[in-house]
Design a protein around this ligand. Structure first.
Ligand SMILES: [Fe+2]
Length: 598
């Protein structure tokens, strides 16, 4: 069905599992995308993304009545079939059965969409892996590409192979649940005492400290087969029958006790992380080789949670058969809203949206200087006003960074996806030996083994990092080749996960890096996300102030205003540090006081 009535507005939604999100495409252009957790302040929020939807409609300047189609990121009937199957094989476990029954009894998403927002127009259901694959291909700018999606599970598919050309994407082969590379990685993640669905990064960060001495044992967990297929050896896994990801047989096979969460990390845990990483990489390379045998072209698009493993992507870039690799920056489930919307757009209007490669992920809310000023003026905070003094603002910030201060940096539209890229970032001097410990002590309180990431002036990146091309989304890991000593951002294996900063997409951040370079001869800053451990990245100016005060960050650069920790009124410190973060889906609630919605 083709509809020719309208402003061609398609909304993409992902919700119900984890990382709910919403995006909006109008007239072929992606105008806004945001994760619900940023508004609700509930990390990995899976609830209906009502606040995100309100924001997206507002950003696109349309009302709900003008929306031509809402796209949902997976097929609920197919997913239900898998859930019923899981219930059938699992009748012995009452708790698990109840859990499955709860899923089965849940309202279908179409009904939820209509009830939550009163929408009565068309709803397009887009299969989960098609949503993932589309979120990569349609935003890659490639005409012809092979498409690989690897995640935990959606409906049934856990790995899928696709080809795309002439703007059409089709999936021609898939591996189905319970055989899943994503679940294999998650099972060992939980074995190592980290949280499934969020601790996988930590395993990747831990790996370079270890050796591959468990590789042979871990290879017993997976059998690679013809046509890109593989099977998990299910006796080592518990996720089908229990609420534990692994089985007693795995403990026996590995001969290492599962790590108790938050307990000390031993060498054997590092070795296990390294071995897992190696097994993942060799499995992925085999998948990519198979894909190339079916789709021999230059371009590879990847998506799915496993595609966020940038160390594996580096191997694929270096050792795989494809010349170019595009990974969607929100490759996990949050990004599926983009793919679902793109597919629905083509179904509705017969035309590909977003022909250009995705250049920036600054797709979230921004706030005017007037809004920020109003908030600051009403807050009794002491602040410096740099309005219309751009150079001075940048120079002042660069000087504080060069003095070794930690700076909260809040500028423009918020990033979509897991990485802070200079819009909601904490910045610091990467040359300081104890900066990692300093930031961890104040803000992040995260595991000491994880390095922070660098942001570098685009035009200077090759002097310091062995990058192949630009890395605007901080998705490429490479060797540090700099003559500078950069302990805060260099991993134990001499690698770094780099963001290259271009003037046209982040002008103020670029200017800051240049000013810092003028002062220090170092065109690089440590860049980590603006949040404290366990909370989502900040969204609004009020979130920024609360995080700045609670974490005792030295300076906060809030648009064109600067706050100094030493000048924060005492009563603010007491009030903020004791105050629970309000968990509320209403964006007009605390934390979003500045942004007003329709
Ligand atoms: Fe997924």
């Amino acid at each position: 069905m083709r509809i020719e009535k309208s402003g061609r507005v398609v909304v993409g939604l992902s919700f119900g599992y984890h990382d709910s999100s919403c995006c909006i495409i109008r007239q072929g252009e992606l105008l806004a995308a945001v994760q619900e957790e940023r508004f609700s302040r509930v990390k990995n929020d899976k609830s209906f993304p009502k606040a995100s939807l309100r924001y997206c409609l507002d950003a696109a300047g349309v009302t709900l009545e003008e929306v031509d189609c809402v796209a949902y990121y997976e097929d609920p009937e197919k997913k239900l079939a898998r859930q019923i199957w899981m219930g059938c094989i699992d009748s012995a476990d009452a708790v698990r059965r109840r859990d499955v029954a709860r899923h089965i009894g849940a309202e279908p998403p179409q009904q939820q969409i209509r009830q939550a927002i009163g929408y009565s127009g068309p709803i397009e259901i887009v299969e989960h892996h098609l949503s993932h694959g589309a979120s990569s291909y349609y935003f890659s700018g490639f005409d012809e590409a092979a498409v690989l999606t690897v995640d935990g599970v959606g409906e049934w598919a856990t790995t899928s192979y696709g080809r795309a050309s002439q703007e059409k994407l089709s999936i021609f082969e898939e591996v189905d649940f319970p055989d899943s590379l994503g679940l294999l990685y998650s099972a060992i993640t939980s074995y190592l005492g980290f949280k499934v669905n969020s601790g996988e990064y930590k395993v990747m960060g831990l790996a370079p400290y270890g050796t591959g001495r468990y590789v042979d044992r871990l290879r017993k967990l997976i059998t690679l087969q013809e046509r890109g297929q593989y099977r998990l050896n299910l006796e080592y896994f518990g996720f089908l029958h229990t609420d534990r990801m692994y089985s007693d047989q795995l403990i026996e096979l590995l001969g290492v006790a599962p790590r108790v969460p938050e307990s000390e990390i031993q060498q054997e845990h590092m070795d296990l992380a390294k071995s897992l990483q190696l097994v993942l990489e060799e499995s992925l390379l085999a998948k990519v080789d198979y894909l190339y045998s079916q789709v021999p072209c230059e371009n590879l698009c990847m998506a799915g949670g496993v595609a966020l493993n940038c160390v594996a992507n580096r191997r694929i870039r270096q050792n795989g058969p494809y010349k170019n690799l595009f990974v969607q920056p929100a490759a996990g489930d949050a990004g599926t809203a983009l793919g679902a919307a793109a597919v629905a757009y083509i179904r509705m209007f017969g035309e590909r949206p977003c022909r250009e490669p995705l250049q920036s992920v600054y797709l979230g809310p921004d706030y005017t200087s007037e809004e920020i000023h109003r908030l600051l003026a009403g807050s009794s905070m002491v602040f410096q006003d740099f309005r219309n003094r751009e150079e001075e603002l940048v120079q002042f910030t660069a000087e504080r960074l060069a003095e070794g201060r930690i700076v909260g940096w809040f500028q423009g539209r918020m990033e979509f996806g897991p990485r802070a890229l200079g819009a909601r970032s904490i910045l610091a001097d990467p040359r300081e030996g104890d900066m990692r410990e300093k930031i961890n002590a104040l803000v992040k309180k995260r595991e000491a083994f994880r390095p922070f990431a660098p942001a570098v002036l685009c035009e200077k990146s090759q002097e310091h990092f062995a990058l192949s091309g630009d890395s605007p989304f901080m998705l490429q890991t490479c060797d540090v080749v700099s003559l500078l000593d950069l302990p805060a951002i260099t991993h134990v294996d001499n690698s770094a996960r780099v963001q290259t900063v271009a003037e046209n997409y982040s002008p103020r951040f670029h200017a800051l890096l240049r000013a810092f370079e003028r002062l220090t001869d170092c065109p690089i800053l440590l860049n980590t996300s603006f949040n404290v451990r366990g909370e989502p990245v900040i969204c609004s100016p009020l979130d920024a102030i609360i995080c700045f005060v609670r974490a005792r960050i030295d300076y906060l650069v809030l648009g064109e205003f600067v706050l100094d920790q030493r000048q924060v009124p005492e009563f603010w410190k007491i009030g903020v540090s004791n105050r629970p973060i309000k968990k509320d889906n209403d964006p007009r609630a605390v934390g979003h006081a500045v942004y007003t919605f329709l």
